[in-house]
Design a protein around this ligand. Structure first.
Ligand SMILES: Nc1ncnc2c1ncn2[C@@H]1O[C@H](COP(=O)(O)OP(=O)(O)OP(=O)(O)O)[C@@H](O)[C@H]1O
Length: 648
């Protein structure tokens, strides 16, 4: 379009017809296949691979390592305190059984003194352990958030449908992961040390007791692992179903007005009941599996109270040991059994933990995979048009495919848009107009071809039909987004990591427009009245208290304030009357900003230099044609001229 351009096109030879394309890339089969939510998801049980998720925190934060050393020290101290308590208990009960009142009082005071000194060690160990787990959680959550919000990964994940409920994974799964990982690893450490310390005590009392203990605990562990193996899958599914139910509720809140207008209460209720039912029935399965395991663990636990006394009782009756030794052996037996039987007591926690580790690992993998998708290539360098003038946007042989490759849209498109120019994309609903903008903006990278954009990503603004309303004041709305979405090297429209050569222009010098400029632009888009209505209000629910037309005009204010190199307008005036639409387009023409509009109204032609017309080709595909329109008349509206809207 930098020079005269008239092209037309019908479907290419690459996929001779629709049938051959579908053979190559099969779409959904006829009829509906209803897959219950998450039924097809199974934990991938690569727990050891995924466990390393938490390592970077300890590798990068030296203060965390010191704190961990402190908590480990406290954990060791708790074992020492337990050993001391064990001996204090022995002497206390021996004095009691010998009816030695003086010794008994002395042992009682010693025992109480031991409590006073030892119990704070347990309390502080537990407090610092939880605190450290919390700091770990914060670090990991921030890291996941950074990855999730980098390079539009959140959008890619939503489009690919690869992982469910990322919100739950970032919030509660990370918390469970850090809490349990910290708790389990310290428990294991404690168990190891306990095992060594109390094995010595038990062995010195009576070696056969030690042998009985080993047989009992190892047999119990093996049995509980066999009984609890279902729990991992059930826990994994439960996490996903709870999140689906919560998400259903969030959607009702977010779409309250539309649902109320439709009178969709019953439908929503049914849907939510289905999701609740899915969560409840899985939970019932979980309860049943836990109940079966509980039968075993309860018997196992209560038998411990009798077993040591039963084994050492003959020695006591023969007068070979004091009464206190029975108590001591009971306590040592309990300690060792707890250590060896860790798996039995923690089987449910371990099952839940491995489900969480799996979900987080899957999430991390999906985020890493997002960065390497797509066949459409792009670079941000100055493309040169046939006339020798540099093109702001140059599209070569572009074929746009919907995410997951189900639908072939535009094919073999060639197009140029020069700085200061304007392009109108028209065509029937579903032809792929918005999809073309998605490809230009770098949101969709599937398909093939090449898009060259002479602008950094932050220099391109997109105005959808329903603008996104952020939380905050009116000024926050007008200046959204304050920060560029990407660093300057992320200016490619695809996966290319070519460094930017395009100059940054918006906003100049990184300065945000001052309040006067915001006010002038708001008045220009006829939203000055909102200032008196909302002023500095930061709590307004903008998407429900502004009309769609007002939201669209707020989108235009964003456009004029951000002064991008390229504006992509997707039916951005559909809710406005024609006079307001004309007025906004005239201001845009005066600003010198290059723009591409998608729209259905024929009145839009008068504000664009070139038309890209899409139409069905009769064979299930989309044909395209590029044509020059009559030179638009740039209106010199007096009030528009007073606004400081500068070309990039
Ligand atoms: N995320 C997606 N995944 C799969 N298919 C999609 C996706 N988004 C859009 N499509 C399909 O791609 C086709 C083109 O959609 P697009 O939104 O580009 O149409 P459009 O020409 O802008 O339509 P309209 O004028 O109705 O807005 C449609 O058939 C649509 O169903």
């Amino acid at each position: 379009m930098c020079g005269p351009q008239t092209l037309s096109h019908s479907p290419p030879a690459i996929f001779q017809d629709r049938t051959s394309y579908q053979r190559f890339n099969p779409g959904p089969k006829p009829g509906f296949l209803i897959v219950p939510i998450n039924q097809n998801r199974r934990p991938r049980t690569r727990i050891f691979l995924h466990l390393q998720l938490g390592l970077p925190y300890w590798q990068s934060e030296s203060s965390a390592r010191w704190k961990l050393a402190g908590v480990v020290g406290l954990t060791l101290a708790t074992t020492a305190v337990s050993v001391v308590f064990n001996f204090l208990g022995r002497d206390f009960f021996t004095a009691l059984s010998e009816k030695d009142e003086v010794q008994f009082k002395y042992q009682l005071v010693k025992y109480l003194g031991g409590f006073a000194l030892g119990i704070p060690v347990f309390v502080f160990k537990s407090y610092y352990q939880s605190k450290l787990a919390l700091e770990w959680r914060q670090w990991m959550t921030e890291r996941l958030l950074t990855d999730y919000l980098a390079d539009r990964t959140f959008y890619g994940l939503q489009q690919s449908g690869e992982v469910d409920n990322p919100d739950q994974r970032i919030s509660s799964d990370v918390a469970t992961f850090t809490d349990t990982a910290m708790g389990l690893s310290l428990t294991l450490l404690n168990a190891g040390i306990d095992l060594v310390s109390f094995s010595g005590i038990l062995f010195s009392i009576y070696p056969p007791l030690f042998a009985a203990l080993l047989v009992y605990s190892l047999g119990g562990t093996a049995a509980s692992v066999a009984l609890g193996k279902n729990l991992v899958t059930l826990n994994f599914t439960q996490e996903a179903r709870e999140a689906d139910f919560r998400y259903g509720l969030v959607r009702v809140r977010e779409n309250a007005e539309s649902i109320a207008f439709y009178g969709g209460d019953q439908d929503e209720k049914e849907l939510l009941k289905q999701r609740l039912q899915a969560a409840v029935s899985n939970y019932l399965g979980l309860l049943t599996a836990s109940r079966n395991l509980d039968f075993f663990t309860s018997f196992y636990r209560y038998l411990i109270q009798l077993l040591p006394a039963a084994v050492v009782a003959p020695l006591y009756f023969q007068g070979k040991i004091d009464f206190g030794v029975i108590n001591q052996s009971q306590s040592a037996f309990n300690h060792i059994l707890n250590d060896v039987s860790l798996v039995i007591y923690q089987i449910e926690a371990l099952a839940g933990f491995s489900a969480v580790v799996d979900r987080l690992g899957e999430f991390q993998e999906a985020m890493t995979g997002e960065g390497s998708r797509g066949a459409v290539s792009g670079q941000s360098h100055e493309a040169v048009g046939p006339t020798g003038r540099p093109a702001l946007l140059q599209i070569h042989d572009l074929t746009v495919v919907t995410p997951r490759g189900n639908n072939l849209l535009l094919q073999n498109l060639d197009l140029q848009v020069c700085p200061g120019s304007s392009l109108l994309v028209m065509g029937p609903s579903g032809a792929g107009k918005t999809s073309l903008l998605r490809a230009v903006a770098g949101l969709w990278c599937e398909g093939r071809g090449r898009i060259e954009l002479g602008a950094a990503r932050r220099e391109v603004i997109f105005l959808p039909q329903r603008p996104y309303m952020v939380l905050g004041s009116l000024r926050d709305q007008a200046l959204y987004p304050r920060e560029p979405a990407l660093s300057d090297d992320g200016n490619s429209t695809s996966t290319s990591s070519a460094p930017s050569s395009a100059p940054s222009s918006a906003p100049p010098g990184g300065q945000l427009p001052d309040d006067w400029e915001v006010l002038r632009v708001l008045e220009l888009v006829q939203l000055g009245h909102l200032l008196t209505r909302y002023g500095e209000d930061v709590g307004a629910d903008w998407s429900s208290c502004l009309s769609l037309g007002e939201q669209q005009r707020l989108g235009w204010a964003r456009l004029l304030l951000s002064r991008p190199k390229l504006a992509l307008l997707d039916e951005a005036t559909s809710a406005l009357d024609q006079d307001t639409e004309a007025r906004l387009y005239k201001v845009l023409q005066q600003s010198g900003i290059t723009y591409i509009s998608v729209g259905h109204r024929s009145t839009l032609r008068e504000f664009h230099k070139t038309l890209l017309q899409l139409r069905p080709d009769g064979a299930g595909g989309v044909a395209w044609e590029v044509r020059q329109l009559a030179e638009p008349q740039v209106a010199a509206e007096a009030e528009a001229a007073t606004v400081r809207v500068t070309a990039p």
